[in-house]
Design a protein around this ligand. Sequence first.
Ligand code: DSN
Length: 417
Amino acid sequence: MADLPLIEADPEIAQCIAEEQKRQHDKLRLIPSENYASRAVMEACGSVLNNKYSEGYAGKRYYEGQQNIDTVEKLAIERLKRLFGVDHANVQPYSGSPANLAVYFAFCKPGDTIMGMGLPSGGHLTHGWKVSISGKYFNAIQYGVRRDDHLIDFDQVASLAREHKPKVLFCGATAYPRLIDFAKFAEIAREVGAILVADIAHISGLVAGGAHPSPVGHAEVISSTTHKTFRGPRGGMILCNEEHRSAIDRAVFPGLQGGPHNGTTAGIAIAAKLAMTDEFKAYAHAIVDNSRVLADALLSRGFDLVTGGSDNHLILIDLTNKDVPGKVAAQALDRAGMVANYNSVPFDPRKPFDPSGLRLGTPAITSRGMGPEEMRRLGNWMADVVEDVENEQLISRIAGEVKELCDQFPAPGISSR
Ligand code: DSN
């Protein structure tokens, strides 16, 4: 039983995976937090590393048999240190939310004041939003974007920071289409004595590839997932200077987690190695170029883009002028082979589960090698669908054209079918 191939051991799950592989191949995946992990990363994640327990850190574990695991983890750490130019990396957080929780645990006690960007402005749940543990266990102060241009309101950040003196100031976002000015955040954090944490989950691949300014030298602590633009496994990491090394390590283990997921650690090491290549640098820049071209294509079809465009991997559309709710548009686009997610826009009068916006991005389609020409086609397809969401004939014709396009661009990590 334990040695049966998946197809024999569990045909139902095998079928789900085969169908998901087909879906990921046949559709344009536009959710900005998703990507295709590199093939080598996928191999590492499904390897025997899964079988090993390794609580602790290299050279100081609570289990024997770490001859190979220590090497894997040390490689991941050394590569990340070199890639990002930091003193230390912790590669054990299970994902981005646990990484951020570990950061709070390292520096704060329940009830302490923390500060981050509010979810409705594009911040992440873990940056102090009220339903998250970060909003419930801490006195969370939330800053936002300006009403007129939807850019981060630095006057508000500064005045809230001066008033509330947070222990930790988070910058970074989950639905913000512009560059993050880490230097400005650092100036404010310094003035009020806060530790600046840059959550670069969405943009770590862009930072690694030089397509977004780095927070290193500005933020004392940097948290990230490893599976978005970084194109690694589902995981998390925390980068920091020497001063915070032991607080961060202790917060992750034994503070928050047990044994690290060693297959993931290997995947992070591989992703870091691949991110050092010229090919990855070109990829990171191509993500941004594609996002700009797609934004222009959408603007030329009358879409209202939050902040008026994009200079990272992500585009946020306010569909109010198209008179279509975000969810209806996202569902019609999915039927047409384009998978985005409905999302609130700043100052959204609608509810989060039925918001006015659509969030999309270019990391996954750029991983398939698509470029400006494909972005212009995509912009037109999206406009055709959103302007006629009930026209199933049109939607099914476009789904066919999308599939034809996808057949021309192999998806990394998905074997030929
Ligand atoms: N907030 C998720 C996203 O950006 O899709 C990640 O946690």
